[in-house]
Design a binder for this molecule. Sequence first.
Ligand code: KG4
Ligand code: ZN
Length: 354
Amino acid sequence: MTKILAIETSCDETAAAVVEDGRRVHSNVVATQIELHRRFGGVFPEVASRQHVLAIAPVIEQALAEAGVSARALDAIAVTHGPGLAGSLLVGVNAAKGLAFAADRPLLAVNHLEGHIYSNWLEAPGADQVQPADNFPVVVLIVSGGHTELIEMRGHSRYRRLGGTLDDAAGEAFDKVARLLDLGFPGGPAIERAAEGGDPAAFDLPRALRHDPVHRFDFSFSGLKTAMLNLTKRLREQGLDLRDPHLLADLAASFQQAVADALVEKTAEAALAAGARQVCICGGVSANRCLRATAAARMAELGVPLYIPPFAYCTDNAAMIGAAAYYNWLANPRPEDGLGIDVHASLPLPEMVD
Ligand code: KG4
Ligand code: ZN
């Protein structure tokens, strides 16, 4: 039995969790900064790191207390060291170093993207959700505010990047279009709420790079964003009020369906090409019900089992970092980093060499 305390501060959530054997979540504390950043319409990096400084110690204490363990009873301490905002990452990394040194525990550095991937392996609260089996290859779609990546997993901690976005991340597109529709921050949940009851086929919006032989597994959302900008301009010129709930619902529903279609189509193509035995979707945007339903329907057609974490594990959290740390530690019991780890704002996912 391996118990890991994991710490995550890569963006605007201060989070700590205790996870056993990469799957069982003993505690999962997330102090969100959404309210602080709302008035800026996005994450304000200096404000984020200052808030992490205030929140980090109580969040760690709460995670240990809820799990009923002391720092010395842990097997290791894990922390996100990138990618993310450098000033935010530093707060978590420094806290983890201090704790690892004081409690004389190994310190494991985790890539935030690997964390999202492993959110799928966490046992869900309520436990009616099934986790993926160790049945590879697995094709993983990571869709968050900063990333949209298609990954093939050939085994635990063995990744090959198939493709990703050429411009905006899917979550970024949600956030920008929400601003365009005056829906506030964060955009994803706001668009999902506004879309309720809307017609996803009301407006004809582009699905970029469809059947593109060069960018088979890549995405592009800037054209969709521009299409939404032009569409809303045209509707306003026609004298329509975009605050009208029916019109707003149609706009939001058409937009999220366009994003979901683009994401799912490429994921299905990747699953077929890789001979995937399972497909996983993760990251903040995977909380979106339209994406979940579109993916479920398409993967059922293909006959490939689909896994998407429960909502609490879709957006940033530390439990997923604890899961990734565990599987990495199994693969490499003697990580070199230790107390020498540093933050890396643009850290790529480590790819296998063979
Ligand atoms: O994974 P995450 O919490 O942070 C990053 O690592 O980026 O993802 C945040 C992103 C934001 O862009 C947010 O708008 C989006 O996930 N998001 C959603 C939903 N919930 C969060 N997008 C669409 N529908 C949602 N329900
Ligand atoms: Zn994230």
